[in-house]
Write a new protein. Sequence first.
Length: 390
Amino acid sequence: MSLPNMIFYGPSGTGKTTVANLIAKNINKQLYKLNATNASVADIKAIIADLNGFQGQNGVVLYLDEIQNFNKKQQQSLLEYVEKGDITLIASTTENPHFYIYNALLSRCTVFEFHELSQEDIKEAVHRAIGILQEEMDITFTEDAVSHIAASSGGDCRKALNTVEMCSMIAKVDETGKISVTLEDAERATSKKAFRYDKDGDSHYDILSAFQKSIRGSDPDAALHYLARLIAGGDLISICRRIMVMASEDVGLAYPQAISIVKSCVDAAFQLGFPEARIPLAQAVILLATAPKSNSVIMSIDAALSDVEHTHTGDIPSHLKDGHYAGAKKLGHAQGYQYAHDFPNHYVEQQYLPDEIKDKAYYFPCDNKFETESLNYAKKIGALWAKKKR
């Protein structure tokens, strides 16, 4: 059986180890198992030494759990043997392999993503576990109890199976020796729903991404859901940083007052702390999600930064340079500058951009009330930026 190098990526309790064990049972190769949490280069060298022995004559399969805990040197120690085919690697990780696995090793593996199990999947596993228990004891579970176990597992089958075992221990036994697990027993065994959250892991960034995209997409219900996940994780700083930037990035000039209101909500949240902080945070999120949207601010500053970093933009026009020092006049600095407030409407047309980019336009108003009114006013007074093609 030809077996590729594989990386199983996904949350806990979704079957990564189970699949690896099933594969190992159907191959004609020596199987080694290591957990990267406590394994070392010495363990890898011991496996490599076995390649020259009788057991390793057909090559070996290494199942490496939690590979993200191996540093670059440890991962590189596998590379030569994986590349030659002496070692077939099956690795599992709960973190994104594109961030945590050495590129040379990653390029030689096929990545399989495991997804969070549905409640129906979990219920099926729970019923199977109950059937196994019933071979050893007289026990029944109400369907309400099964549903609660599935719902509270957070898509983690291992968590659900552990809960089934816990229920069998805490449920009352009647005079005949029969155990009946009720919804109340299941609730006692699962005092709080399992919640996947790691401030340094994928779930953190996935939730933040969904949070911002929901606000940008004007869906207050989804935005509140992801806010609740972040609150459950106790991550006040990430919430506040994200909503502050969204006030300018996604709402921006469509509702310029949004950033002031959001800043006030953020200040209140930090002063209050959890659990009360959830209220001003929810106010800010609902405001941002239901506000009109404009991305003109981020688009304009990023375009300007791109030119500064990648284009020769030329020198500042002489009439704009500082003239408040002796000798400035001899250099021609600040000569010919026209003071805008001396003219009607406090505007006079003159060149502000360097010669090389004098016709460049960075700011493009979006179609909302505030920016439309600003553009119309600029056109009315003959502002140069409004005359540029848009």
